[in-house]
Design a protein around this ligand. Sequence first.
Ligand SMILES: Nc1nc2c(ncn2[C@@H]2O[C@@H]3COP(=O)(O)O[C@H]3[C@H]2O)c(=O)[nH]1
Ligand SMILES: [Mg+2]
Ligand SMILES: [Zn+2]
Length: 503
Amino acid sequence: MGNGVSSQHISKKIYLEVAGKNLSVSFSGGCSSQELKELIATGAGFNRWSDFTLEDHTGSLVPVSLSIAPNTPRTPYRVQRISSATNGSTSDREIVNEVLSRVSEEISRAFKSQDFLHDFSSRLESLEKRMEALKYAETIPSRGDLENYHQEMSEFQTHHVGVPSIVLKYGGKDTDSLAPVTYPKINLSDQALESLKRPSANIWDWEPSEMLCLIEHMFHELDLLRAINTDEQTLQQWLLAVQHKYRNNPFHNFRHCFCVTQMMYGMIHLLKLQDVFDSLDLVILLTSCICHDIDHPGLNNSYQINAHTELAIRYNDISPLENHHAAVTFQLLERSEYNIFSNVSKEDFKRLRSGIIELILATDMSKHSEIMTSFKGIQPTLDYNNNNHKKIIKQMLIKSCDISNEVRPTKVAEPWVDCLLEEYFRQSDIEKSTGLPVTPFMDRDKVTKPSAQIGFIKFVLIPMFETMVMVFPQLEDPVLKPLKESLEHYEHLKLLEDAKLEQ
Ligand SMILES: Nc1nc2c(ncn2[C@@H]2O[C@@H]3COP(=O)(O)O[C@H]3[C@H]2O)c(=O)[nH]1
Ligand SMILES: [Mg+2]
Ligand SMILES: [Zn+2]
């Protein structure tokens, strides 16, 4: 049996087992995760809005998302309804949905008015989204998701099915939607804590709750809670709220935030930054990394500017994304339950706020040459008592961490390139289909993995880290050396790619 979404090309099929019966569901890359969920629910014979879980043949839970791994008829996902039948009580969400669906049917019978129905269904949709926000859905890609990315990306490229509608909408995540209230406390092994300090850490090893615990650990280990006079609970609430605000983009997601923060933590230890910066500066460094891409919509500044988006209009085309990340950061901190700075003095808050804004704005790559020139300019007279010098060093530090994936071992770094290209290709597809100028380095017809990386490593990363090494020679071995190896790796891939093309 097959259920399909009629208006799009069919690009993916998954096999299911419901109460001993087998079925399959086909769907396209153009549908949303919610539509997929409803498709599975109705295919399984449940109410469209029923909650259910999917388990693979090993008994592991499988998240319902467009990146769901394809399976075979012999390894179907077991669908289990979560309802009165399994937990003894119908969920609130289900009751609301049932009632709304019945009311909707009644109204449609009574009024038969298209306008009214349209309005009603958008209200229903927004209510559903709010209900959805009450649940803690893990949407951050994990190592297991990487294979799915590859699969999804190649299907996306093969079929050119258009852009998932969700990418076209801006609006940000609903600021009022609630972040989950807690995350499990995880015992972190000494080995994990040790690798947390190293640029070579395999960041794919950690699941979302572990990443939260690890960031929390960084604050404890550097004794930063004391510096801002806040408690563990506020820190946890804030971290959850920040995580909740990161969107499920292929690249600009919470795991990217974690990577940048982890690299900064590594730098703090490697360069013994505690000796030259005070605790507030360390708070500024870590907090800026944590929030630097918050609520990123997956479409870059040139898109924002060319498409005259709400963000570009709001910020007059001046670093629209980075301004937005900084603004969202401080919007969150306005809420007392998330305000990790509520107990600092006015003066310290002023310093924290301007420091964080400066650093987040410095991550706009259009400021790269300007910041590099300033950094080279201060080197001959470098003075850690000079606030301007300290600002420029902090800017260089966050910039280096933000683009440091290629410093990591190949097996950790390379999947990020796939994620980045997926996000880029989605953008250039939108640009093509909407008649906007196509950003050349994002064009799927022009860019390949080696071509994207060779230029970036040669002309951006190596010159930047070589300049950093002049001030921090400790970076030579753990950072510059792997970058050079990475360049060799992509040059080798490029040769293979060229040979294949010639054939
Ligand atoms: N080609 C390439 N671009 C990168 C890489 N890492 C980061 N970038 C780009 O540099 C940008 C830095 O800021 P963002 O994280 O917002 O978005 C990032 C990407 O667009 C990389 O490894 N390769
Ligand atoms: Mg950014
Ligand atoms: Zn970033």
